[in-house]
Design a protein around this ligand. Structure first.
Ligand SMILES: [Zn+2]
Length: 433
């Protein structure tokens, strides 16, 4: 099947600025990128011919023609950090609802954290998730295995067995799991973390560190990474001090990367007001930390924006602040917050935002996705950045409605999400307008 997206504005690392172009997709692969300036016709962007799909770009036939109408075409977003709650907590989220939320948010690949029940610490659980993911809407789920068995912090999990599985992760990255993490908690015992990093280095696995207390564990794990040569990625960085440590480590040539999440550059602790939907771990920080997060995003110390999508049931989040569990949903609002808070304000360029939400995560995973390139799988999102709306949990496809951004005005509607040339999300609301 052929798909033809015309009149778009490609935002991709390949080009220094957004470029008006069309994309031809055949059998799931990008076969051509056609720049509008190469056309004899006058600007296609300003005068799209919606009626004849052939005469815009010459004699090219397609089964499906999408008129992007000047909207952004970006490489499918990649989230290195989500909690899909499956197996064990399917009342909060399951693989199908998580994939639906991901597609609605423009994500084509997500990496799921191992704090499920049972924990992702064995080939059986990885196989089970992979099988379910293959029966889903097409969003590519890559498992992150636990560092220690049952996440108990003692005995290392069997990484080799999980690595050797023929999973979606293996097809994309050559590894059955895409990394290891104890997310939700830190590996407290330094000796255990050192042993895990040694093993990870030997196997070429990235370690995703949940640092708590943040700065102290960031400091410890940078030291261990330098000692072992292991690839280290810091999850959900939120504090000024840890950003300074990571900036310093990068200056010294350390092989570390780091992510933050939209809530850490959008909200601060003064806005919590006892709202359980604003309770997460790490918690919202003070204004100085928020400024440091933004500065870290701007200067590249923070490489990636992940969501730490952590759905909970409404009944859990209607408990008192003290009793409610940590975590907020994020898949369906991440691009919008990045665009509204960082790009519209001039802090990041469009390219820098897409780099942090797709290209860089792909690099960390070791996959060719995250770029719009001829010969590559067509994982794409088409985004109307002009469209403004108010975030409402009634629109969410995630089972989790626990967003800290409810009622916020944002820009950026995901019009299409395409995975391997297949449309997995289409905003039908736009058709009705
Ligand atoms: Zn997490």
């Amino acid at each position: 099947m052929n798909l033809f997206i015309g009149n778009g504005l490609i935002v991709d690392a390949e080009y220094s600025s957004p470029v008006p172009a069309g994309i031809v997709i055949a059998d799931g692969i990008i076969t051509e990128v056609i720049f509008n300036h190469e056309k004899k016709e006058q600007s296609i962007l300003t005068e799209p011919d919606k009626t004849d799909k052939r005469n815009i770009y010459g004699e090219r036939e397609a089964d499906i023609f999408i008129d992007a109408g000047g909207k952004w075409i970006v490489p499918g977003l990649i989230d290195l950090h989500v909690h899909l709650r499956d197996p064990g907590f399917e009342y909060k989220e399951d693989i199908y609802s998580g994939c639906a939320a991901a597609a609605r948010g423009g994500f084509t690949t997500v990496c799921c954290m191992p704090n499920t029940s049972p924990v992702i610490d064995s080939p059986e659980i990885v196989r089970m998730i992979d099988k379910k993911a293959r029966g889903g809407n097409g969003v590519q789920i890559l498992c992150i295995g636990a560092i220690t068995k049952k996440q108990e912090g003692n005995e290392l999990a069997d990484y080799e067995e999980m690595l050797s599985l023929q999973t979606i992760s293996a097809e994309m990255t050559g590894r059955g799991i895409c990394g290891i993490s104890e997310d939700g908690m830190s590996v407290k015992d330094e000796g255990v973390m050192l042993a895990a990093m040694r093993k990870a280095k030997e196997l070429g696995l990235t370690v995703y560190s949940h640092a708590e207390p943040e700065a102290a564990i960031v400091e410890r794990d940078i030291k261990l990474a330098e000692q072992t040569g292991c690839r280290l990625h810091f999850c959900h960085i939120s504090q000024k001090r840890s950003i300074e440590l990571i900036r310093e480590a990068k200056k010294n040539g350390s092989n570390v990367t780091a992510e933050t999440a939209p809530h850490y550059f959008t909200l601060d602790s003064s806005q919590v007001n006892g709202d359980p939907n604003k309770k997460m771990n790490p918690p919202l920080r003070n204004k100085e930390d928020v400024e440091a997060v933004i500065a870290g995003l701007k200067d590249g110390t923070l490489d990636v924006i992940s969501t730490d999508h952590a759905p909970h049931h409404e009944r859990e989040k209607s408990l008192s602040f003290a009793d409610a569990p940590n975590g907020v949903v994020g898949l369906e609002t991440s691009f919008q917050l990045g665009y509204t808070r960082l790009v519209k304000t001039g802090i990041l360029t469009p390219l820098a935002l897409i780099n942090k939400m797709s290209t860089k995560p792909a690099e960390i995973l070791g996959t060719e996705r995250g770029r719009i390139q001829v010969g590559q799988a067509a994982d794409l999102a088409i985004i109307d950045v002009e469209k403004q709306y108010v975030i409402s949990p009634s629109d969410f496809l995630s089972k989790g409605k626990n967003s800290p951004f409810i009622g916020m005005n944002v820009y950026g509607s995901i019009e299409y999400t395409i995975i391997g040339g297949k449309i997995v999300w289409k905003n039908t609301k736009s058709d009705q307008e």
